[in-house]
Design a protein around this ligand. Structure first.
Ligand code: 4NP
Length: 155
């Protein structure tokens, strides 16, 4: 299964989501994660230094280069997560089939403290970057619990 995390710039939220998913899924083969942005603002750039610093403080290694979402991604990936409603609109603009649209979810659908949006931390400070980390960590745990971890057989 292939999972794609999508934000606007692909330097703050979605590369962190990808790194958290990879870290939490370490021994679970068969799942692959990637991330991209709806914009072309930061193609080829490493994640924002504040994201890297915050992730490192929280024990999450992060390594990525920015890329922009393409229509092909909507066929390649099985689960596509938008960080906020604006990202969701950007993804939907490229979707042409009901099958493509059905794969697109708001990340915080899986947050036990959600739903809602993963706020853009770009104009924020340490507190906003930590808030994004906490929201993403909970949301990805929620997704793994609900969609990845096989359910116990019912007796
Ligand atoms: P991201 O954050 O979408 O979480 O990567 C942003 C990064 C860059 C910009 C906006 C949001 N920007 O306007 O350049």
């Amino acid at each position: 299964m292939k999972v794609l995390f999508v934000c606007l710039g692909n330097i703050c939220r979605s590369p962190l989501a990808e790194a958290l998913f990879a870290q939490k899924m370490k021994n679970n083969t068969g799942w692959q994660a990637a991330s991209c942005g709806t914009s072309n603002y930061h193609i080829g750039e490493p994640p924002d230094s504040r994201t890297v610093r915050n992730a490192s403080r929280n024990g999450t290694p992060i390594q990525h280069l920015g890329r922009q979402l393409t229509e092909t991604d909507l066929d390649t990936y099985d689960w596509i997560f938008a960080m906020d409603r604006s990202n969701m609109q950007g993804i939907l603009r490229l979707a042409h089939t009901a099958g493509q649209r059905a794969k697109i979810h708001l990340m915080r659908e899986f947050d036990p403290e959600g739903p809602g949006e993963v706020p853009d931390p770009y104009y924020g400070g340490d507190r906003e970057f930590q808030e994004v980390y906490d929201i993403l960590s909970r949301s990805i745990d929620g997704f793994i619990d609900r969609a990845v971890t096989p359910s116990e057989p019912k007796t």
